[in-house]
Ligand binder design. Structure first.
Ligand SMILES: [Zn+2]
Length: 478
């Protein structure tokens, strides 16, 4: 095993249960583990990384992603979100993308996404998707720490007229999907030197039967894996659940025994109370009391004009907040920044949703949701998942408080080196052995095939230019 020292000008070190700022120090790793963090180190090492001028932080834990499809949101779903579905794109646009994509497109997305995550600081990602074997293969190729959750559900939503949401049920498909997810976990959990893990991911609270959710809850307990579910992500879903059960989605999940400290709910935006529905209740208290974690994916909502009410309030009430990217761009750098900014706007306060709050959510919060005390921190005993940021770059200068600069000013190009499990996976902003240009070309081809097929899954049979017109009209040759 290689014993390596990293001498950095700025280190976000973990001490006495929290992140602390170490001005100039040394991180020592032995194989895939951190063995020392401090102002100095005198012992022998095999190699040294000179990170003078750089900021060393733990890698980000990205708790909610759909790597196999989200890159194809780009050039498509932005600026779209109709009032009929309370600004959500779930019911009208996502089914179109799914029906128009082919398997090759999903593979292209997975490979591209791994590179995008590395370039933007994710070292651990929770993938909710359909292509587990390929995701595992790409995670191994890129060295990412992957939690794979094969999605499954008892029904799916659609719209026949662009006005109402309709549910089409197939209960057996949900049960079969749960079994496939369990099989994958039993075969793969703990492989790739422990970097590949599994979790259970029934898809959405409104598309899973109570029976499927109870079975998922039991299986997660039995397997000892996390359990994720999309919940309270749209007004339509919230109202659907209240009509079925007379309860908010979160009240219902509590009552069927689903919630707990191993549960990660994306996204918990539409809650009671809240301005989106004006229902009374206290869903935040239920999340806090049950120890349930929230995967907050600010951008997928903010770009449609939807915001959590509010990030600071959930934190203050004791909810463990984590961050995910969900859609594209799959950048935790942007996730931290938008969480801080949107959180301030919602509360009309500057001193909430601080750099510390969002940095903690992206590191310690995510690790806690996974039951891991060896991720999201730079401390002896933790995994060697380390980001080295250029502290003297155009965007990071002047640097006095590295966390403020990272949250409010850093760009992806400031991330210089990524180490995961003790291996250098991004070196001088490049992914060793990977032709990023080829990843982009494959994604472009996947997009062009998808755009040609949007009519297939659209209720009105629209072309891409009818569904998502170009931002500006075409230039006319005269
Ligand atoms: Zn999602």
């Amino acid at each position: 095993m290689v014993r390596r020292r990293i001498d950095a000008s700025h280190i976000v070190a973990f001490q006495h249960g929290e992140h602390r700022y170490l001005r100039g120090g040394t991180i020592v790793t032995d194989g895939n583990e951190i063995v020392h963090v401090g102002p100095s180190y005198d012992g022998p090492v095999d190699e040294t990384i000179d990170a003078s001028g750089m900021v060393a932080t733990p890698g980000f834990v990205n708790t909610h992603a759909h790597l196999y499809e989200s890159p194809l949101d780009k050039s498509f779903v932005e600026d779209l979100g109709r009032r009929q579905f309370y600004l959500s794109g779930l019911f009208e646009y996502l089914p179109v993308r799914s029906a128009a994509m082919d398997d090759e497109a999903a593979y292209a997305c997975l490979a591209y996404s791994m590179a995008e995550l590395l370039r933007t600081g994710t070292t651990t990602v929770l993938e909710i998707g359909s292509y587990a074997e390929e995701a595992a293969r790409q995670a191994e190729r890129f060295g990412l720490r992957l939690y794979m959750g094969l999605g499954y559900r008892s029904g799916r939503w659609c719209t026949d007229d662009g006005k109402r949401v309709r549910y089409a049920w197939d209960e057996q498909a949900g049960l079969d999907g749960l079994q496939r997810a369990i099989d994958f976990i039993e075969r793969h959990d703990g492989t790739q030197n422990g970097r590949l893990k599994g979790f259970l991911s029934p898809a959405q609270v409104d598309t899973c039967t109570e029976d499927l959710l109870r079975r998922s809850r039991d299986a997660a307990t039995h397997l000892g894996v996390p359990l994720a579910l999309h919940t309270s992500q749209s007004v339509n879903e919230f109202l659907e659940m209240t009509q079925r059960h007379g309860k908010t989605p979160i009240e219902w999940l509590r009552d069927i025994g689903f919630l707990g400290p191993d549960v990660i709910l994306g996204h918990c935006i539409v809650l009671a109370p809240g301005s989106w529905t004006n229902w009374s209740g206290d869903d935040i208290a239920i999340l806090a009391d049950t120890g349930t974690n929230v995967a907050h994916c600010v951008w997928v909502f903010a770009r449609r004009g939807i915001a959590m009410e509010s990030f600071a309030r959930y934190l203050a009430r004791g909810v463990n907040m984590t961050l995910g990217t969900d859609t594209c761009p799959q950048s935790m750098i942007e996730g931290l920044r938008y969480t801080a900014v949107v959180g301030k706007i919602v509360d009309r306060q500057t001193e909430v949703a601080t750099a510390a709050d969002v940095f903690n959510a992206a590191t310690l919060g995510g690790a806690r949701a996974l039951g891991r005390d060896d991720l999201g921190r730079l401390a002896p005993g933790a995994k060697a998942d380390i980001l080295l940021w250029a502290g003297d770059s155009l965007f990071m200068t002047p640097l006095r408080d590295p966390i403020r600069n990272l949250v409010y000013s850093a760009q992806a190009e400031d991330l210089h080196t990524v180490i995961i499990d003790g291996e250098v996976r991004l070196r001088d902003r490049a992914v060793p052995g990977v032709d990023v240009g080829e990843l982009a070309r494959n994604l472009q081809a996947a997009g062009e095939r998808m755009w040609a097929n949007t009519a297939r899954g659209d209720w009105a049979g629209r072309t891409i230019d009818e569904l998502a017109p170009q931002t500006f009209p075409a230039f006319v040759a005269e």
